[in-house]
Structure formats: C-alpha cells, structure tokens
Design a protein around this ligand. Structure first.
Ligand SMILES: Cc1cc2nc3c(=O)[nH]c(=O)nc-3n(C[C@H](O)[C@H](O)[C@H](O)COP(=O)(O)O)c2cc1C
Length: 158
C-alpha cells in the first residue's frame, strides 16, 4: 500500500500539534532558528525529546553539527514569530526579543516553555533527520499554546 503526498499531508494535517522555534548556533557563531512542529517528548529517564528537521532546511547543517539546541514552545500570541522563523532568506532574529541560555543559545522572550538540549542521537529518516536531544534544563510559564492544524495556525477552544 502506498500513499500520495496529498493524501499524506491531508491525513497527517488532521493531527494537531503545538508550534516551536528551535534555535542553535552555526560554526561561525551566528544564531540559527526555524519554526518546527515536528517535536515530541521521547523518554523521561533519561529525559529525551526529538525534532525532525528537513535536510534542505537552512538551519540543517548548524543543527546537525552543533552540540545542542533550544526548543522554544510558542504561545498563541506568537503566531508572527512562527511565521517569521519560517521565512526564507531574512535575518529571523531581527526585531525579536531573546536572551541567552548558559550555552549561549537564543531563548525567545515570552514563550510558554524553554527546553535546553544536548544532542543525544541522530537518525536518518527519509528527507528529514530525527535529532534526539537530552534535556539539560526546562522551564515553563502559564499561557495558551499556539497550534498548527490542517496547514494553518489555530488555538484551543474551551
Ligand atoms: C508551522 C510550521 C511548522 C514547521 N515545522 C517544521 C518541522 O517540523 N521540520 C522542518 O524541517 N521544517 C518545518 N517547517 C519549515 C521551516 O520552519 C522553514 O520554513 C523551512 O526550513 C524553510 O526555510 P529555510 O529554507 O530557510 O530552511 C515548519 C514551518 C511552519 C510554518
């Protein structure tokens, strides 16, 4: 049994996700970041998470070479940040507020969650690479998450 790209997108788009911006640094010290919805928790002991990164992504080389990365979980008020960090060929960090993790990686202001990771493993997976990170530090703040569903941004209804 096979599936067409349209069928794949249509069915997988019915699985809602949160939205994150993953940040790291390139070898030249420049900040790199991209919007990532393919994020999941993996293990509690040790604490592991994963992200799936397309091999053609501009941040791919940095993410697969760096010793670690930060997952910033976006709130519903940060849709513009999600859009900005998926625009091609701009300085995605310009005009965006952020501080630095102990490892010097960008931690975006006002996010719902921050997960600082050391790269634990990488697995080839078709046109993506699964990057598993061991969680070195994590913190949360209250708020409402930004969601991605059927190709568009969405929010929780209570
Ligand atoms: C809501 C949303 C979720 C995304 N999730 C992922 C993802 O999980 N993995 C990935 O490799 N790219 C993902 N992307 C695409 C990247 O953020 C980015 O748009 C893409 O890498 C193109 O930019 P680039 O050519 O500069 O890398 C997502 C984009 C959006 C808007």
């Amino acid at each position: 049994m096979s599936v067409t790209p349209d069928e794949f997108r249509s069915v997988l788009g019915r699985f809602p996700s949160g939205v994150t911006v993953v940040t790291t640094k390139a070898g030249d010290g420049s900040d790199q970041g991209m919007t990532v919805s393919a994020f999941s928790s993996v293990s509690l002991d040790p604490p592991l998470v994963l992200i799936c990164i397309e091999k053609t992504a501009s941040a791919y080389n940095a993410l697969t070479a760096a010793p670690g990365f930060v997952v910033n979980i976006l709130s519903v008020s940060q849709e513009q940040i999600a859009r900005r960090f998926s625009i091609v060929d701009i300085d995605r960090f310009e005009g965006v507020g952020y501080s630095r993790s102990p490892n010097g990686l960008a931690v975006l202001d006002d996010v719902l969650g921050v997960i600082e990771c050391a790269t634990f493993a990488m697995h080839d997976a078709g046109d993506h690479t699964i990057i598993v990170g061991e969680v070195e530090a994590a913190r949360a703040q209250n708020g409402t998450p930004l969601l991605y569903y059927r190709g568009g941004y969405a929010q929780l209804e209570h």
